[in-house]
Design a protein around this ligand. Structure first.
Ligand SMILES: [Zn+2]
Ligand SMILES: [Zn+2]
Length: 388
C-alpha cells in the first residue's frame, strides 16, 4: 500500500481550499443540535460529488446521514462527523473541523478508489453531540451493527492520540414536603429545601472519599416559593461522571443514597428521574490508536503535553462501547486555549485549524486504508475490544 498513502495525502492537498471553504461555511452558519440542516446538506452534497452513495435521515434523525463507498466484500470502516454548534457561541467546539476532516478523508479515499482493497468506507453524520445524544439514537437504530471499526477526530488546543472521556449520567431529584407558615407554624411544615441542602452536604462529604478523576456537580433548580413559607417542593439536578461505567453507576448509587438519606432525615418524599441520555466512557483501542499514531507522525502531527486531569464527556464514548472506536484530539488552536469559548470559535477557522483539518483527513484516510488492506488488523482491534 506504499504508493496509495502518498496518493491519499496528495488528494487531501488538492482538496485543501475546498475543504477549508466548507469548514468556514459550516462555521459561519452555526446550527444547534438536531437542527443542522444546512451542514447536513452541504456535507452530503460534497460526498455525493465524490462518488459516495448518500442516505439522509438515517435512524429517523433528519440531520443524520450515512455515505457509503463500496469496493467489494471486506471490512466496513466508519469515519464519523459531528457538526452541531453551541447556543450563543457558535462553533466553539470546532465541530466544523470534525465534519470537514471526516468528509475530506472520505473524498481522499474515493480519489484512490481503483487502488482500494475490498471493503466499505462509511462516512457517518452524527448530529447533536452537545447534550442531545445523536450517536445514541444511531446506535439504537443499528447504524453501527455492520460497522467493524470507527474513528473520528476532535479539535483541541494540542494533539493527543487518546484522551479519556468520562461516562456521565444526569439525574433530577425532587423532594416533596408540606407547606406551613414559616413563623407562625414552622413545626407543621416538612421542609423540601432542607432535603436539597442536605443532599448537597452529603455529596460534599462523599467527594472526600471519591477518586480524583470522578466528578459530581449540581444545581438547585427549585428552592421554594417564598421565604415565609416552608418549602413544600424543591428540586436539584446533578451530573455524575467517572472514567468507567461500573464506577459511574456505583458513584451514581451513592449520590442517590445521599438524596434518600436527606429525604429520610427531612421527612420528605423523593422522586428520582434519571436522564436517558447517558454518555459512556471512551473505551481505549490500542490497535486502532497505533495505526492512527503511525500515520499521524507521517502527516506531521506531533503529540502535545498530556493533560490527564482535564476531562469531559461525549457520545463517541457510547460508540466505543459497542465497536472498536477512537477519537484522537488534534491541535486546531494555540496551546492553552480552552474549548467552548469565543476564542476557540475564532480559532476554528484560522490557518492552524486548516492545518489540523487536512492532517486529520489524511491520517483518517490512511488509517482506513491500513484496516481495509489487512483485515487481520480489524480482527485484532475486535479481539482487543472483546478482551477489555
Ligand atoms: Zn463541545
Ligand atoms: Zn465537541
Amino acid at each position: 500500500m506504499t504508493g496509495v498513502k502518498p496518493a491519499i495525502a496528495q488528494a487531501v492537498d488538492q482538496l485543501g481550499d475546498e475543504l477549508e471553504a466548507l469548514s468556514r461555511r459550516i462555521h459561519d452558519h452555526p446550527e444547534l443540535a438536531y437542527q443542522e440542516v444546512k451542514a447536513c446538506d452541504w456535507l452530503t452534497e460534497f460526498l455525493a460529488q465524490h462518488g459516495f452513495k448518500v442516505e439522509k435521515g438515517v435512524a429517523g434523525v433528519d440531520t443524520a446521514f450515512r455515505a457509503t463507498l463500496e469496493t467489494g466484500d471486506g471490512p466496513t470502516i466508519a469515519i464519523l462527523c459531528e457538526y452541531d454548534a453551541l447556543p450563543g457561541i457558535g462553533h466553539a467546539c470546532g465541530h466544523n473541523v470534525i465534519a470537514t476532516a471526516g468528509v475530506g478523508a472520505g473524498a481522499a479515499l474515493a480519489a484512490v478508489r481503483s487502488q482500494l482493497p475490498k471493503g466499505r468506507v462509511q462516512v457517518i453524520g452524527t448530529p447533536a453531540e452537545e447534550g442531545g445524544g445523536g450517536k445514541l439514537k444511531l446506535i439504537q437504530a443499528g447504524v453501527f451493527k455492520d460497522v467493524d471499526c470507527a474513528m473520528m477526530i476532535h479539535g483541541f488546543d494540542r494533539t493527543l492520540l487518546h484522551q479519556d472521556l468520562l461516562g456521565i449520567v444526569r439525574v433530577t431529584l425532587e423532594f416533596t414536603g408540606k407547606a406551613a407558615h414559616a413563623a407562625a407554624d414552622p413545626w407543621a411544615g416538612v421542609n423540601a429545601l432542607d432535603a436539597c441542602i442536605q443532599t448537597f452536604n452529603a455529596i460534599s462529604m462523599l467527594r472526600q472519599q471519591m477518586r480524583p478523576e470522578y466528578r459530581i456537580h449540581g444545581i438547585i433548580t427549585n428552592g421554594g416559593a417564598a421565604p415565609n413559607i416552608i418549602p413544600e417542593y424543591a428540586a436539584a439536578s446533578f451530573c455524575v461522571r467517572a472514567p468507567r461505567l461500573d464506577q459511574m453507576w456505583a458513584l451514581y448509587k451513592r449520590v442517590i443514597a445521599c438524596a434518600e438519606g436527606a429525604a429520610r432525615a427531612s421527612g420528605t418524599t423523593l422522586t428520582v428521574t434519571q436522564d436517558e441520555n447517558v454518555y459512556e466512557p471512551l473505551k481505549r483501542n490500542q490497535v486502532l490508536l497505533d495505526l492512527f499514531s503511525a500515520n499521524m507522525k507521517s502527516a506531521g502531527l506531533a503529540e502535545g503535553e498530556p493533560i490527564p486531569d482535564r476531562l469531559g464527556s461525549s457520545d463517541i464514548g457510547n460508540v466505543s462501547q459497542v465497536i472498536p472506536a477512537i477519537q484522537p484530539l488534534i491541535a486546531i488552536a494555540p496551546t492553552g486555549m480552552a474549548i467552548h469559548t469565543r476564542e476557540f470559535a475564532d480559532a476554528a477557522v484560522r490557518p492552524l485549524a486548516r492545518a489540523g483539518l487536512l492532517a486529520s483527513a489524511t491520517t483518517m484516510a490512511q488509517t482506513t486504508l491500513d484496516l481495509l488492506a489487512e483485515p487481520s488488523r480489524v480482527e485484532a482491534a475486535k479481539q482487543e475490544f472483546a478482551r477489555t
